[in-house]
Design a protein around this ligand. Structure first.
Ligand SMILES: [Zn+2]
Length: 159
C-alpha cells in the first residue's frame, strides 16, 4: 500500500506549531485538517493519555459552542503518537488563519476551572482517565511558547 501523506512529513525536523495537514474535497466542499503539534516528535516526552483526554473534552466543548466556528467544526481529537491533535474544519484555510481561534481555545483551557465537561460515566467511555492540572499546564505551554509568538517555521511543514 502507498505511504499516506501524513507519514511523508519529516518528523525529525518538525517543531511544535500549527500546520495544514491536508485539504480534502468532500462532496464538492473543501475540508481542512490541521496538525496542532504540541510536542517535538521523537525528542521530548509525549503527552499522557489522561491530559490528552481532558484537552479533547475541553477543546471539543469550546469549538462546538463557538459563535463563529461551531458550524464549521467537523472533528477535534488526538494523534495516536500523542504529540498533538487534529482539528478538522469545513472550508479551506491556511494555518495562520486559525491562530486567533486557537489562542482563544488554548487560553480557555489553560484558565479552565471546575468540572471537565462530559467527564461522567454516562457521557464518556473512560471518565476517570482525566488530568485537568496537566491539561492546563500543557495548554499554557503551547499558548506561551507557540501560539503567542508563532514563526513561519511553526506554520509550514519542513520542506
Ligand atoms: Zn471522554
Amino acid at each position: 500500500m502507498e505511504k499516506i501523506a501524513s507519514f511523508t512529513v519529516d518528523h525529525l525536523r518538525l517543531v511544535p506549531g500549527v500546520y495544514v495537514s491536508r485539504v480534502d474535497c468532500v462532496a464538492g466542499n473543501p475540508v481542512t485538517t490541521f496538525d496542532l503539534r504540541m510536542t517535538k516528535p521523537n525528542y521530548e516526552p509525549v503527552m499522557n493519555t489522561a491530559e490528552i483526554h481532558t484537552i479533547e473534552h475541553l477543546a471539543a466543548t469550546f469549538l462546538r459552542n463557538h459563535k463563529d466556528f461551531a458550524d464549521r467544526t467537523i472533528y477535534f481529537g488526538p494523534m495516536g503518537c500523542r504529540t498533538g491533535f487534529y482539528l478538522i474544519l469545513s472550508g479551506e484555510y491556511q494555518s495562520k488563519d486559525i491562530i486567533p481561534l486557537l489562542t482563544e481555545m488554548y487560553r480557555f483551557m489553560a484558565d479552565f476551572e471546575g468540572d471537565v465537561p462530559g467527564a461522567a460515566a454516562k457521557d464518556c467511555g473512560n471518565y476517570l482517565d482525566m488530568n485537568l492540572p496537566m491539561a492546563k499546564y500543557l495548554s499554557r505551554k503551547y499558548l506561551d511558547e507557540v501560539l503567542l509568538c508563532i514563526t513561519d517555521e511553526q506554520l509550514n511543514y519542513p520542506a
